[in-house]
Design a protein around this ligand. Structure first.
Ligand SMILES: *[C@@H]1O[C@H](CO)[C@@H](O)[C@H](O)[C@H]1NC(C)=O
Ligand SMILES: *[C@@H]1O[C@H](CO)[C@@H](O)[C@H](O)[C@H]1NC(C)=O
Ligand SMILES: *[C@@H]1O[C@H](CO)[C@@H](O)[C@H](O)[C@H]1NC(C)=O
Ligand SMILES: *[C@@H]1O[C@H](CO)[C@@H](O)[C@H](O)[C@H]1NC(C)=O
Ligand SMILES: *[C@@H]1O[C@H](CO)[C@@H](O)[C@H](O)[C@H]1NC(C)=O
Ligand SMILES: *[C@@H]1O[C@H](CO)[C@@H](O)[C@H](O)[C@H]1NC(C)=O
Ligand SMILES: *[C@@H]1O[C@H](CO)[C@@H](O)[C@H](O)[C@H]1NC(C)=O
Ligand SMILES: *[C@@H]1O[C@H](CO)[C@@H](O)[C@H](O)[C@H]1NC(C)=O
Length: 249
Protein backbone atom coordinates (compact mmCIF):
# COMPACT_ATOMS: atom_id res chain seq x y z
CA UNK A 1 0.00 0.00 0.00
CA UNK A 2 2.99 2.33 -0.32
CA UNK A 3 1.53 4.06 -3.31
CA UNK A 4 -1.87 4.71 -1.85
CA UNK A 5 -3.63 7.22 -4.06
CA UNK A 6 -6.05 9.54 -2.39
CA UNK A 7 -8.91 11.82 -3.02
CA UNK A 8 -10.48 13.95 -0.36
CA UNK A 9 -13.69 15.87 -0.19
CA UNK A 10 -12.15 18.83 1.59
CA UNK A 11 -8.85 20.17 2.81
CA UNK A 12 -7.88 18.94 6.23
CA UNK A 13 -6.26 21.03 8.86
CA UNK A 14 -3.66 18.30 8.83
CA UNK A 15 -3.02 14.94 7.27
CA UNK A 16 -0.84 12.11 8.47
CA UNK A 17 0.34 8.68 7.60
CA UNK A 18 0.47 6.14 10.40
CA UNK A 19 1.72 2.60 10.63
CA UNK A 20 -0.69 -0.05 11.78
CA UNK A 21 0.23 -3.71 11.52
CA UNK A 22 3.17 -2.73 9.33
CA UNK A 23 0.85 -1.16 6.76
CA UNK A 24 0.82 2.52 6.00
CA UNK A 25 -2.66 3.84 6.34
CA UNK A 26 -4.04 7.15 5.38
CA UNK A 27 -5.33 9.28 8.16
CA UNK A 28 -7.40 12.36 7.63
CA UNK A 29 -8.30 14.66 10.47
CA UNK A 30 -9.85 17.97 11.17
CA UNK A 31 -9.56 20.08 14.30
CA UNK A 32 -12.83 21.91 14.57
CA UNK A 33 -12.23 24.54 17.21
CA UNK A 34 -9.59 26.92 18.34
CA UNK A 35 -7.40 27.65 21.27
CA UNK A 36 -8.80 29.07 24.49
CA UNK A 37 -6.07 29.71 26.98
CA UNK A 38 -8.06 31.84 29.42
CA UNK A 39 -8.40 30.54 32.94
CA UNK A 40 -8.23 26.90 33.98
CA UNK A 41 -11.22 26.02 31.80
CA UNK A 42 -9.08 24.49 29.10
CA UNK A 43 -6.90 22.66 31.63
CA UNK A 44 -9.85 20.83 33.12
CA UNK A 45 -11.24 20.19 29.66
CA UNK A 46 -7.89 18.80 28.52
CA UNK A 47 -7.64 16.51 31.54
CA UNK A 48 -11.13 15.21 30.76
CA UNK A 49 -10.18 14.82 27.13
CA UNK A 50 -7.09 12.77 28.01
CA UNK A 51 -9.22 10.51 30.23
CA UNK A 52 -11.79 10.20 27.45
CA UNK A 53 -9.25 9.30 24.77
CA UNK A 54 -7.55 6.73 27.00
CA UNK A 55 -10.90 5.20 27.79
CA UNK A 56 -11.90 4.99 24.12
CA UNK A 57 -8.58 3.41 23.10
CA UNK A 58 -8.60 0.92 25.97
CA UNK A 59 -12.26 -0.06 25.99
CA UNK A 60 -13.55 0.14 22.41
CA UNK A 61 -11.57 -2.95 21.30
CA UNK A 62 -13.19 -4.90 24.13
CA UNK A 63 -16.70 -3.71 23.27
CA UNK A 64 -17.03 -5.05 19.75
CA UNK A 65 -15.00 -2.18 18.34
CA UNK A 66 -17.51 0.56 19.12
CA UNK A 67 -17.85 2.94 22.03
CA UNK A 68 -19.35 6.31 22.88
CA UNK A 69 -18.74 7.95 26.19
CA UNK A 70 -18.90 11.25 28.08
CA UNK A 71 -16.45 12.61 30.66
CA UNK A 72 -16.78 15.66 32.93
CA UNK A 73 -19.62 18.00 33.77
CA UNK A 74 -20.99 21.36 32.64
CA UNK A 75 -18.81 23.32 30.25
CA UNK A 76 -15.94 20.87 30.79
CA UNK A 77 -17.90 17.96 29.44
CA UNK A 78 -16.35 16.11 26.52
CA UNK A 79 -18.15 13.64 24.29
CA UNK A 80 -16.23 10.94 22.42
CA UNK A 81 -16.89 8.10 20.03
CA UNK A 82 -14.60 5.53 18.43
CA UNK A 83 -15.13 2.59 16.12
CA UNK A 84 -12.95 0.05 14.35
CA UNK A 85 -13.59 -1.91 11.16
CA UNK A 86 -15.56 -4.96 12.25
CA UNK A 87 -13.23 -7.60 10.84
CA UNK A 88 -10.11 -6.50 12.70
CA UNK A 89 -8.99 -8.13 15.93
CA UNK A 90 -9.11 -6.33 19.30
CA UNK A 91 -5.30 -6.01 19.08
CA UNK A 92 -5.40 -4.33 15.66
CA UNK A 93 -8.24 -2.08 16.83
CA UNK A 94 -6.26 -1.12 19.92
CA UNK A 95 -3.14 -0.36 17.84
CA UNK A 96 -5.11 1.77 15.44
CA UNK A 97 -6.82 3.75 18.21
CA UNK A 98 -3.56 4.14 20.15
CA UNK A 99 -1.98 5.70 17.06
CA UNK A 100 -5.05 7.79 16.39
CA UNK A 101 -5.41 9.37 19.81
CA UNK A 102 -1.79 10.55 19.66
CA UNK A 103 -2.70 12.90 16.82
CA UNK A 104 -4.95 15.29 18.75
CA UNK A 105 -2.80 15.07 21.87
CA UNK A 106 0.30 15.96 19.85
CA UNK A 107 -0.97 18.16 17.03
CA UNK A 108 -3.93 20.06 18.36
CA UNK A 109 -3.98 19.72 22.14
CA UNK A 110 -6.06 22.88 22.46
CA UNK A 111 -8.80 21.73 20.18
CA UNK A 112 -12.22 21.19 21.68
CA UNK A 113 -13.34 18.98 18.87
CA UNK A 114 -11.81 16.70 16.30
CA UNK A 115 -12.75 14.14 13.70
CA UNK A 116 -10.15 11.69 12.51
CA UNK A 117 -10.43 8.61 10.35
CA UNK A 118 -8.32 5.99 8.68
CA UNK A 119 -8.55 2.60 6.96
CA UNK A 120 -9.23 0.74 10.18
CA UNK A 121 -10.61 3.10 12.79
CA UNK A 122 -12.41 6.37 13.36
CA UNK A 123 -12.43 8.78 16.30
CA UNK A 124 -14.46 11.85 17.07
CA UNK A 125 -14.72 14.08 20.11
CA UNK A 126 -16.34 17.38 20.91
CA UNK A 127 -17.44 19.59 23.78
CA UNK A 128 -20.92 19.34 22.28
CA UNK A 129 -23.00 16.18 22.06
CA UNK A 130 -22.97 14.59 18.62
CA UNK A 131 -24.05 11.01 19.29
CA UNK A 132 -26.38 9.80 16.57
CA UNK A 133 -25.33 12.61 14.22
CA UNK A 134 -23.93 11.81 10.81
CA UNK A 135 -20.63 13.54 9.98
CA UNK A 136 -20.78 14.38 6.28
CA UNK A 137 -18.36 17.30 6.04
CA UNK A 138 -15.21 15.38 5.16
CA UNK A 139 -14.23 11.97 3.85
CA UNK A 140 -11.61 10.37 1.67
CA UNK A 141 -11.12 7.64 -0.88
CA UNK A 142 -8.10 5.70 -2.00
CA UNK A 143 -6.75 2.75 -3.89
CA UNK A 144 -3.62 0.89 -3.00
CA UNK A 145 -2.59 -0.77 -6.25
CA UNK A 146 -2.52 0.22 -9.86
CA UNK A 147 -4.45 -2.80 -11.13
CA UNK A 148 -7.42 -2.01 -13.31
CA UNK A 149 -10.48 -4.11 -14.03
CA UNK A 150 -12.39 -4.17 -17.26
CA UNK A 151 -15.21 -1.67 -17.13
CA UNK A 152 -17.84 -4.45 -17.06
CA UNK A 153 -16.17 -6.14 -14.09
CA UNK A 154 -15.84 -2.84 -12.25
CA UNK A 155 -19.47 -2.08 -12.95
CA UNK A 156 -20.68 -5.42 -11.57
CA UNK A 157 -18.51 -5.00 -8.48
CA UNK A 158 -19.74 -1.46 -7.99
CA UNK A 159 -23.38 -2.59 -8.20
CA UNK A 160 -22.61 -5.21 -5.58
CA UNK A 161 -21.21 -2.46 -3.34
CA UNK A 162 -24.31 -0.33 -3.89
CA UNK A 163 -26.48 -3.27 -2.80
CA UNK A 164 -24.17 -3.85 0.14
CA UNK A 165 -24.50 -0.18 1.08
CA UNK A 166 -28.27 -0.63 1.27
CA UNK A 167 -27.92 -3.82 3.35
CA UNK A 168 -25.53 -2.57 6.03
CA UNK A 169 -28.12 -0.56 7.96
CA UNK A 170 -30.29 -3.66 8.41
CA UNK A 171 -27.56 -5.46 10.31
CA UNK A 172 -27.56 -5.24 14.11
CA UNK A 173 -23.88 -4.29 14.21
CA UNK A 174 -24.13 -2.09 11.14
CA UNK A 175 -21.57 -3.89 9.04
CA UNK A 176 -21.94 -6.39 6.25
CA UNK A 177 -19.82 -8.15 3.68
CA UNK A 178 -20.57 -9.13 0.11
CA UNK A 179 -18.91 -11.16 -2.63
CA UNK A 180 -19.41 -11.43 -6.36
CA UNK A 181 -18.00 -13.93 -8.83
CA UNK A 182 -16.71 -12.13 -11.90
CA UNK A 183 -15.80 -15.24 -13.90
CA UNK A 184 -12.23 -15.48 -15.21
CA UNK A 185 -11.24 -12.49 -13.14
CA UNK A 186 -12.10 -14.28 -9.90
CA UNK A 187 -14.11 -12.73 -7.12
CA UNK A 188 -14.54 -9.29 -5.68
CA UNK A 189 -15.11 -8.82 -1.97
CA UNK A 190 -16.70 -5.93 -0.16
CA UNK A 191 -17.25 -4.71 3.37
CA UNK A 192 -19.43 -1.82 4.43
CA UNK A 193 -19.86 -0.38 7.90
CA UNK A 194 -21.48 2.49 9.76
CA UNK A 195 -20.82 3.97 13.16
CA UNK A 196 -23.38 2.13 15.31
CA UNK A 197 -24.93 5.29 16.77
CA UNK A 198 -26.41 6.27 13.38
CA UNK A 199 -30.03 5.69 12.48
CA UNK A 200 -30.69 3.22 9.67
CA UNK A 201 -31.64 6.12 7.46
CA UNK A 202 -28.43 8.06 8.08
CA UNK A 203 -26.30 4.93 7.74
CA UNK A 204 -27.70 4.24 4.29
CA UNK A 205 -27.37 7.88 3.32
CA UNK A 206 -23.76 7.99 4.52
CA UNK A 207 -22.72 4.97 2.44
CA UNK A 208 -24.68 6.05 -0.60
CA UNK A 209 -23.04 9.44 -0.51
CA UNK A 210 -19.52 7.97 -0.47
CA UNK A 211 -20.37 5.87 -3.53
CA UNK A 212 -21.75 8.89 -5.37
CA UNK A 213 -18.85 11.20 -4.52
CA UNK A 214 -16.00 8.80 -5.22
CA UNK A 215 -17.24 6.59 -8.07
CA UNK A 216 -15.27 8.59 -10.66
CA UNK A 217 -12.13 8.52 -8.58
CA UNK A 218 -12.07 4.71 -8.21
CA UNK A 219 -13.31 3.97 -11.74
CA UNK A 220 -12.07 0.59 -13.02
CA UNK A 221 -9.91 0.03 -9.91
CA UNK A 222 -9.55 -3.56 -8.72
CA UNK A 223 -9.45 -2.51 -5.08
CA UNK A 224 -10.52 0.66 -3.33
CA UNK A 225 -11.66 2.23 -0.08
CA UNK A 226 -14.07 5.05 0.66
CA UNK A 227 -13.68 6.31 4.18
CA UNK A 228 -15.75 8.64 6.27
CA UNK A 229 -15.93 9.51 9.94
CA UNK A 230 -19.36 7.87 10.25
CA UNK A 231 -19.12 5.10 7.65
CA UNK A 232 -16.81 3.32 5.24
CA UNK A 233 -16.66 0.95 2.26
CA UNK A 234 -13.81 -1.42 1.35
CA UNK A 235 -13.48 -3.44 -1.87
CA UNK A 236 -10.80 -5.82 -3.17
CA UNK A 237 -10.08 -8.95 -5.20
CA UNK A 238 -8.75 -10.75 -2.11
CA UNK A 239 -10.89 -11.75 0.84
CA UNK A 240 -9.23 -9.12 3.03
CA UNK A 241 -11.74 -9.36 5.86
CA UNK A 242 -10.86 -12.89 6.93
CA UNK A 243 -7.21 -12.17 7.69
CA UNK A 244 -7.64 -10.89 11.23
CA UNK A 245 -9.66 -12.59 13.94
CA UNK A 246 -12.51 -10.06 14.13
CA UNK A 247 -14.11 -7.90 16.79
CA UNK A 248 -17.67 -9.01 16.54
CA UNK A 249 -17.34 -12.77 16.26
C1 LIG B 1 -12.60 30.57 27.27
O1 LIG B 1 -12.56 30.14 28.62
C2 LIG B 1 -13.26 31.01 29.51
C3 LIG B 1 -13.13 30.45 30.92
O2 LIG B 1 -11.83 30.49 31.35
C4 LIG B 1 -14.73 31.08 29.13
O3 LIG B 1 -15.38 32.01 29.95
C5 LIG B 1 -14.86 31.53 27.69
O4 LIG B 1 -16.21 31.44 27.29
C6 LIG B 1 -14.04 30.62 26.76
N1 LIG B 1 -14.11 31.10 25.41
C7 LIG B 1 -14.45 30.32 24.41
C8 LIG B 1 -14.44 30.94 23.06
O5 LIG B 1 -14.75 29.13 24.55
C1 LIG C 1 -24.05 6.81 23.71
O1 LIG C 1 -24.93 7.37 22.74
C2 LIG C 1 -26.31 7.13 22.99
C3 LIG C 1 -27.10 7.75 21.86
O2 LIG C 1 -26.65 7.28 20.63
C4 LIG C 1 -26.71 7.72 24.32
O3 LIG C 1 -28.05 7.41 24.60
C5 LIG C 1 -25.82 7.17 25.43
O4 LIG C 1 -26.10 7.83 26.64
C6 LIG C 1 -24.35 7.40 25.09
N1 LIG C 1 -23.51 6.77 26.10
C7 LIG C 1 -22.66 7.46 26.85
C8 LIG C 1 -21.90 6.65 27.85
O5 LIG C 1 -22.50 8.65 26.75
C1 LIG D 1 -17.98 24.36 22.91
O1 LIG D 1 -16.84 25.17 22.67
C2 LIG D 1 -17.11 26.27 21.82
C3 LIG D 1 -15.79 26.95 21.54
O2 LIG D 1 -15.07 27.19 22.70
C4 LIG D 1 -18.12 27.18 22.47
O3 LIG D 1 -18.43 28.24 21.60
C5 LIG D 1 -19.39 26.39 22.78
O4 LIG D 1 -20.31 27.21 23.47
C6 LIG D 1 -19.05 25.17 23.63
N1 LIG D 1 -20.25 24.38 23.81
C7 LIG D 1 -20.64 23.94 24.99
C8 LIG D 1 -21.85 23.09 25.02
O5 LIG D 1 -20.03 24.20 26.03
C1 LIG E 1 -2.56 0.74 23.67
O1 LIG E 1 -2.25 1.58 24.77
C2 LIG E 1 -2.57 1.01 26.03
C3 LIG E 1 -2.32 2.07 27.10
O2 LIG E 1 -1.10 2.72 26.90
C4 LIG E 1 -1.75 -0.24 26.25
O3 LIG E 1 -2.13 -0.84 27.48
C5 LIG E 1 -2.02 -1.22 25.11
O4 LIG E 1 -1.19 -2.34 25.25
C6 LIG E 1 -1.77 -0.56 23.78
N1 LIG E 1 -2.19 -1.49 22.75
C7 LIG E 1 -1.42 -1.80 21.71
C8 LIG E 1 -1.97 -2.83 20.78
O5 LIG E 1 -0.33 -1.28 21.53
C1 LIG F 1 -25.01 16.95 5.87
O1 LIG F 1 -26.21 16.50 6.47
C2 LIG F 1 -27.06 17.56 6.89
C3 LIG F 1 -28.20 16.98 7.68
O2 LIG F 1 -28.77 15.89 7.01
C4 LIG F 1 -27.51 18.32 5.64
O3 LIG F 1 -28.35 19.39 6.01
C5 LIG F 1 -26.28 18.85 4.91
O4 LIG F 1 -26.67 19.45 3.70
C6 LIG F 1 -25.31 17.73 4.62
N1 LIG F 1 -24.08 18.31 4.10
C7 LIG F 1 -23.46 17.82 3.07
C8 LIG F 1 -22.15 18.47 2.71
O5 LIG F 1 -23.90 16.89 2.43
C1 LIG G 1 -12.53 2.53 -17.57
O1 LIG G 1 -12.70 1.60 -18.59
C2 LIG G 1 -13.41 2.13 -19.70
C3 LIG G 1 -13.67 0.99 -20.70
O2 LIG G 1 -12.51 0.23 -20.86
C4 LIG G 1 -12.60 3.23 -20.36
O3 LIG G 1 -13.32 3.78 -21.42
C5 LIG G 1 -12.34 4.29 -19.33
O4 LIG G 1 -11.48 5.28 -19.88
C6 LIG G 1 -11.70 3.71 -18.09
N1 LIG G 1 -11.60 4.76 -17.10
C7 LIG G 1 -10.57 4.88 -16.27
C8 LIG G 1 -10.59 6.05 -15.34
O5 LIG G 1 -9.65 4.08 -16.25
C1 LIG H 1 -28.40 -7.64 0.20
O1 LIG H 1 -29.49 -8.23 0.86
C2 LIG H 1 -30.29 -9.05 0.01
C3 LIG H 1 -31.52 -9.46 0.80
O2 LIG H 1 -31.15 -10.03 2.02
C4 LIG H 1 -29.46 -10.23 -0.47
O3 LIG H 1 -30.21 -11.03 -1.33
C5 LIG H 1 -28.24 -9.70 -1.21
O4 LIG H 1 -27.38 -10.79 -1.56
C6 LIG H 1 -27.47 -8.72 -0.35
N1 LIG H 1 -26.43 -8.14 -1.18
C7 LIG H 1 -25.23 -7.82 -0.71
C8 LIG H 1 -24.24 -7.33 -1.70
O5 LIG H 1 -24.94 -7.90 0.46
C1 LIG I 1 -5.24 -11.93 3.16
O1 LIG I 1 -4.77 -13.26 3.08
C2 LIG I 1 -4.65 -13.73 1.75
C3 LIG I 1 -4.32 -15.21 1.79
O2 LIG I 1 -3.92 -15.61 3.06
C4 LIG I 1 -3.56 -12.93 1.04
O3 LIG I 1 -3.41 -13.38 -0.28
C5 LIG I 1 -3.98 -11.47 1.05
O4 LIG I 1 -2.96 -10.67 0.47
C6 LIG I 1 -4.27 -10.96 2.45
N1 LIG I 1 -4.88 -9.66 2.32
C7 LIG I 1 -4.53 -8.62 3.06
C8 LIG I 1 -5.28 -7.34 2.79
O5 LIG I 1 -3.67 -8.67 3.91
Amino acid sequence: MEKFMLCTLMLFVMTRFVHVNGKILYLGSKCSQTRNTTGNYITIYQANLKTLLDSLANNSPLQGGFMNTTIGTGSNQVYGLAWCRADVSPTTCSKCLNETIRVPLRDCPDSKGLVIWSSLCSLRFSNESFFGELWNRSSSSGYGRHTLDEASVFSRGFSMMQALGRNVSNQALMFDTGVIDVGNDGKRYGLGQCSRDLSKFDCEKCLEKLLVIYQRFVLNRTGWEMLGVSCGLWYDDVKFYDNDSGLTT
